[in-house]
Write a new protein. Structure first.
Length: 248
């Protein structure tokens, strides 16, 4: 890397912490370490890092809750470290604000690939402004509010109302709904949705393959349940078999 970057490592295991610190330091990072969730959150506030690695197994707070708290004030790239390769755990990590995740045991080469991949992504496409409730430059007056069959999505306030009733959606569910509504009758492929959410699908010979189609399907299923939609006779989101999704 050409310039020195800052990373905060939140890791209770001293041996894993030493591995992470050594690998990231060799990659050109200035590294700060914390062994608990509270200490990690405080360190992220103090150092304003470019990147955070976060173990889900912490002694004081659940790692995903730490991720949510960090996301309230930081746009840092967030890499979750977990012992579980279960799809549900993966979805929860992305919902909590992760940009990527690595399944233990940690392999230095894979860690470098993951971090390099995150840093190539444009930050403003992933996380909307958090602190100041101003209109992001990418949102035009034309697509600020999106409507379809009694469903209203406000891209600025990131709120969703159905027949006047507010819906509580995760960040990922909101993004999926907004993208599909913006495209109208055009079919949005699962690959496009995965690309927007920055889900990486590593091919043969790469460290790990993520089933991005399945992750998208799980999120869409959760979104449908909150909308009260039926996949067989949908009112809002129609599945186009083998491709993706469109509006009814």
């Amino acid at each position: 890397m050409d310039e020195r970057r800052v990373v905060v490592v939140i890791e209770p295991d001293k041996h894993v912490c030493a591995l992470l610190c050594g690998t990231l330091s060799d990659a050109g990072f200035t590294v700060y370490c914390a062994d608990s969730g509270e200490a990690g959150i405080a360190l992220v506030r103090a150092k304003q890092p470019d990147t955070v690695t976060l173990d889900t197994a912490l002694p004081d707070i659940d790692g995903l809750e730490v991720a949510r708290r960090i996301r309230r004030f930081s746009h840092a790239y967030l890499l979750i470290l977990t012992a579980s390769s279960d799809l549900g755990a993966t979805v929860q990590a992305f919902d909590a604000g992760a940009d990527d995740y690595v399944v233990k045991p940690i392999r230095p080469r894979e860690l470098r690939v993951r971090v390099d991949g995150m840093l190539r992504r444009p930050r403003h496409l992933i996380i909307p402004p958090i602190v100041t409730p101003r209109v992001p430059p990418a949102v035009s007056p034309r697509n600020r509010r999106l409507h379809h069959n009694g469903l209203e999505v406000d891209a600025v306030t990131r709120s969703v109302r159905l027949a006047g009733r507010a819906l509580e959606l995760t960040r990922t569910e909101f993004e999926l709904l907004r993208i599909i509504l913006e495209q109208g009758k055009r079919v949005v492929t699962k690959a496009e949705l995965a690309d927007h959410l920055q889900l990486e699908d590593f091919g043969p010979g790469r460290p790990r393959k993520v089933d991005t189609d399945r992750i998208i399907e799980v999120h869409i299923g959760n979104l449908r349940r909150k909308l009260g939609d039926n996949a067989r006779s949908p009112k809002w989101l129609k599945t186009v078999r083998g491709l993706g999704y469109t509006l009814t």
